[in-house]
Design a protein around this ligand. Structure first.
Ligand code: ZN
Length: 162
């Protein structure tokens, strides 16, 4: 087994150097902006739904390394997934990052995204990691702007029906 801390740093560095799906879609069907005032992270997410499936997704913005890596990995994870599967990942990621998901002993779909599990011990970084997922949830539900400090703060409010 690789050292989780080393893997975490390697993944963050890799996705910062080469963020996947970086940019904006011209033909987006859904778009949302996300802010994390605590850190200064700002993301713009565009995606195109083909029926119920995420056909294309892209992000741009100014953010710290953790937020950017999380956004990059998120776009890879949800591309080609159904809207429902994307919402499941949003829940699982949030619960993992806030420490309420025992990801080692509970079935989940996070795959490599578990490299972010360590942020639960870094309270100031949790919102950086969650912001892209929060913004994706907003975009899928046609909310055009969201903030980690808003009433629908993912740290405090349940997402969707679960
Ligand atoms: Zn940040």
């Amino acid at each position: 087994m690789a050292d989780p801390k080393a893997l975490y740093q390697e993944v963050i560095l890799d996705h910062n150097k080469k963020p996947r799906n970086y940019g904006a879609l011209d033909d987006a069907s859904h778009k949302a902006e996300g802010h994390n005032p605590l850190c200064g992270d700002h993301l713009t997410l565009t995606l195109k739904l083909d029926g119920e499936q995420v056909g294309a997704i892209a992000f741009t913005g100014e953010s710290c390394a953790i937020c950017k890596a999380s956004a990059s990995m998120m776009t890879v994870a949800v591309k080609g997934k159904t809207r429902a599967d994307a919402e499941t990942l949003i829940h699982e990621f949030r619960d993992m990052a806030t420490g309420t998901l025992d990801y080692a002993n509970t079935p989940h779909h996070l795959g490599r995204l578990t490299v972010f599990a360590g942020v639960r011990d870094l309270p100031t970084r949790v919102k950086c990691a969650i912001l892209p997922w929060h913004t994706l949830h907003a975009a899928l539900n046609s909310v055009t702007s969201t903030s980690t400090e808003a009433e629908d703060d993912p740290m405090h409010a349940p997402i969707g029906d679960a």
